[in-house]
Write a protein that binds this ligand. Structure first.
Ligand SMILES: [Zn+2]
Ligand SMILES: [Zn+2]
Length: 258
């Protein structure tokens, strides 16, 4: 039995966020709230467990904006800064729960966490630092509270990145290639999230066209695209161009799985 899940997009933007600092383009100055994108992350909630995937630079504001008062775990996709930078703010949850935060990362991301947040892993701890309990994961399925999680290996140019399947829902950010064997882990999902940076080719992210092709190849009925650049265009204009069942995600979007 898979628990019912609620998914909330905490952020749907690429590493610079949208608007980008200093940019006057039509997307960055758009009055449509759906064109405001914090750095990519989701909140996954079952009746008993709440976890986030990644803690980017906007993590603190995302927790405040979504009024998250309980958090049981963080799952990391890969070591890029736009997915790690906000981890220090976990300390607020430590303060209320009086226990370390459960962190799930593969060996590559663990190395970056230990480097970037060295003070949280040192023997001489001082008050006010985040308390973390690091769980090293591989491609083996694992449980977070009552939520079963299946990692999916995808490629971000030459960097291995973890996507995560939660029952009928699969979340993949920061990839431009999925190996044939891993595609089987995604097939059968009701909803797939993929990164779609922009229309023009990019070295390490799917383009809009490549993301659409993969959704159609895997025959996933509903898809949402995330990790979006201001270069993709206005939310309303791009959304209107997409094939049936395929949408752009936006900050605050929620999905429910019974
Ligand atoms: Zn990223
Ligand atoms: Zn990345």
């Amino acid at each position: 039995m898979y628990p019912p899940l609620k998914i909330t997009f905490l952020g749907s933007g690429t590493s610079s966020g949208v608007p980008m600092i200093g940019c006057d383009c039509v997307v960055c100055t758009s009055p449509d709230k759906k064109d405001n994108r914090l750095r990519s992350s989701i909140l996954v909630e079952s009746p008993y467990t709440k976890l986030v995937v990644d803690t980017g630079p906007d993590f603190r504001y995302q927790m405040l904006r979504q009024k998250v008062k309980q958090l049981d775990a963080v799952l990391f996709t890969h070591p890029h800064k736009d997915h790690l930078a906000g981890l220090d703010d976990i300390k607020a949850f430590n303060y209320f729960s009086k226990k370390p935060m459960e962190i799930y990362a593969d060996a590559l991301t663990e190395e970056a966490l230990r480097r970037d947040f060295y003070y949280a892993f040192s023997d001489t701890k001082y008050p006010g630092i985040p308390e973390l309990n690091l769980n090293t994961i591989t491609l083996e399925p694992f449980m977070v509270g009552d939520i079963p999680v299946t990692p999916v290996l995808v490629w971000h140019l030459k960097m291995p990145v973890l996507g995560f399947r939660f029952g009928k829902f699969t979340y993949i950010t920061d990839a431009n290639r999925v190996e044939e064997g891993e595609k089987d882990k995604i097939r059968g999902s009701e909803v797939l999230v993929l990164n779609a940076l922009r229309k023009q080719k990019h070295i390490s992210h799917f383009t809009l066209g490549e993301a659409i092709d993969l959704v159609q190849e895997l025959k996933i009925p509903t898809a949402y695209f995330t990790h979006i650049s201001h270069q993709l265009g206005l939310h309303a204009e791009i959304e209107a161009e997409l094939p049936e069942g395929i949408h752009l995600a936006y900050d605050g979007l929620t999905l429910n799985f019974m």
